[in-house]
Design a protein around this ligand. Structure first.
Ligand code: TYM
Length: 333
């Protein structure tokens, strides 16, 4: 009875390795906000993941706080959802160690993100970068999450998490809930404005829109966005990757369907379309930017949120870790 009445649990996180991007908003945060009504949600600022590549400590601290302010400004409600910082809950690292002993070297070697990042950071390929998906599995499994709202690029990591959980359950019985990735139909993979063959990412600031960008910056970035030599606004990701990406952004920002957007811009060129996309994005980001800036000035409030978030998260995390320690044969202190 109790289990069928339990709301489904959601877990997800974003690295404070840069400012929040429009890609992360459309791929993940937007779903996080929508899921709060129906589910029991736990949302994390994954600072421990961020140090898999070298960070400036003062900047990392500032960005983690700013990210919390932006989470709330986007509509995450600390009364409804648990908002916390990963390094405040030690069970993440503890479970990651155990799970690492149930993960194959070969599985981690096959992770696309590891292959990409180890190319980008060829001079500093750390063990942390390699075992990163194990920490991510620990994040998810500690909270017995049923679903994990992420962009398409994280699907492989959630699937690995499922494999690890299934393997562990196969040995010890039902310890972990098997999580499903939840990937939005629209916005799961926002591409760079400057190079629509690549994912929009914070490492390419001109091709990337940040939630805290000013309207002028946003207008400039969309004005320069790469399109094609035709003039028609048509959704065709293979043939017209730039325009299709702009259409996706327009639809995700304004709530319109692709058909409605195509009809709206029929017979009009990119000179009309691009500024309209910029305006739709500004209409979305300006209220977020204003509210996040206001919250950033109230440090005491933000500290209160992350402290109580960590307490609530730790209660749940402790329960899972205790079970795991018992199963693998550790003596309870
Ligand atoms: P991260 O921090 O790179 O990205 C955060 C979220 O944003 C999504 N995303 C995008 N979606 C669409 N288009 C884009 N251009 C785009 N760029 C980013 C990502 O898919 C992600 O959902 N490993 C994770 C963080 C993490 C996590 C977790 C996620 C750590 N532990 C547990 C879920 C559950 C990451 O690096 O995401």
């Amino acid at each position: 009875m109790e289990s069928s009445e339990r709301k489904k649990r959601i877990f997800s996180g974003i690295q404070p390795s840069g400012e929040l991007t429009l890609g992360s908003y459309m791929g993940a945060l937007k779903s996080w906000v929508n899921m709060q009504e129906e589910y029991d949600c736990v949302y994390c600022i994954v600072d421990m993941h961020a140090i898999t590549v070298r960070q400036n400590p003062a900047e990392l601290r500032r960005r983690a706080m700013a990210q919390l302010a932006q989470y709330i400004a986007c509509g995450l409600d600390p009364e409804k959802s648990i908002l916390f910082i990963q390094s405040h809950v030690p069970q993440h690292a503890e479970l990651a160690w155990v799970l690492g002993c149930y993960t194959q070297f070969g599985e981690l070697s096959r992770m696309t993100q590891f292959k990409q990042k180890s190319q980008q950071h060829a001079d500093n390929i750390t063990a942390g970068l390699f075992t990163y998906p194990v920490l991510m599995a620990a994040d998810i499994l500690l909270y017995q999450a049923d679903a994990v709202p992420v962009g398409a690029d994280q699907k492989q990591h959630v699937e690995l998490c499922r494999d690890i959980a299934g393997r562990f359950n196969g040995i010890y019985g039902d310890v972990f809930t098997l999580p499903e990735p939840f990937i939005p139909r629209m916005g799961a993979r926002i591409m760079s404005l400057g190079n629509p063959e690549n994912k929009m990412s914070k490492s390419d600031p001109e091709g990337c829109v940040f939630l805290m960008d000013s309207p002028e910056d946003i207008r400039r970035k969309f004005k320069r966005a790469v399109t094609d030599s035709e003039t028609s606004v048509r959704f065709d990701p293979a043939g017209k990757p730039g325009v299709s990406n702009l259409l996706t952004i327009y639809c995700a920002a304004s709530g319109r369907t692709v058909e409605a957007a195509e009809a709206e811009f029929a017979g009009q060129g990119y000179g009309v379309f691009k500024p309209a996309v910029a305006d739709a994005v500004i209409a979305l980001t300006e209220p977020i930017r204003a509210e996040a800036s206001r919250l950033m000035k109230d440090r005491t409030y933000l500290e209160g949120i992350y402290r109580s978030g960590a307490e609530r998260a730790e209660q749940l995390a402790r329960r899972t870790l205790r079970k795991v320690y018992k199963k693998v044969g550790f003596i309870e202190r």
